[in-house]
Design a protein around this ligand. Sequence first.
Ligand code: FE2
Length: 351
Amino acid sequence: MAPEDTPELRQLYADFESLHIMPLWTQTGSLMPQHPAPQAVPHVWKWSKLYPAAKRSGDLVPVGRGGERRALGLANPGLGGRAYVSPTLWAAIQYLGPKETAPEHRHAQNAFRFVVEGEGVWTVVSGDPVRMSRGDFLLTPGWNFHGHQNVTDKPMAWIDGLDIPFSYQNDVGFFEFGPEKLSDETTPEFSRGERLWCHPGLRPLSGLQATISSPIGAYRWEHTDRALAEQLRLEEEGHPGVFEPGHAAVRYVNPTTGGDVMPTIRAQFHRLRAGAQSAPRREVGSSVFQVFEGRGAVVLNGETHKLDVGDLFVVPSWVQWSLQAETQFDLFHFSDAPIMERLNFDRVQVG
Ligand SMILES: [Fe+2]
């Protein structure tokens, strides 16, 4: 159905350019593919390469007002040189040297931290100091002032996840500087949010209103670990509970709604028994995983990638993924699923 190539047609197309219009008929396939055809590509970042790069940045680049954070954003090779791990998500390794402080600021973008190793940093979120320790999942929902301080003589690194690309592409971002000195420099074992909210099955009567984001600043590793261990134990005893055979999984939730912790980001944790394999899945929307413990592999669109502790990988939209556990295999996982579900674009294909 291509039109005849004539001088008049060429002139028409040239005129389109000067009018800033483009015909649909020459680009239907790329604008409306039969299924998602992401520009983002599946990719693995090795922790053994990321951490030394962060450490070298720590030696050369100060942290402070202006740059704000010593964070290295994972840049998906398919996304044209921006520090986007996917079209919606940002994932970075952030490094804070001994006794360093990252000043307070706030932004519309929602953020979390996940700690694969180390301790000794407190993040202050809306004036509430939150201890950061190995295996903890920590929230900084949009528009809360936050800063970090390392109170030890050792550096610490963790991963940050945000909805920066979504925010940037939709022009919804606002940003404000806060004080350079943290608003609370104390280092309590538990934040006020945890003291109020982190008692299983109990909700304070002062907090019966649903809130957009979770009021819990830190989801502690001991709880995640126990929840996963019990799912696998129940399976051994012949009871239901695991997500699929040999695969325990939990979602971090907002206790005021039972839904996701923040409006744009879902976070989950997976544990596979040694030798287990997850069913191949495709989902609309993108996901990022980080290996927390153990060894294994991920199969992305048929290609197997070996994984060690700390390694991160991205699963772009509609890319098939499956996990394979060599040892017991623990992975932290976040995605843009709340956006896709809210807008009714979500689809999943299993097997
Ligand atoms: Fe921030």
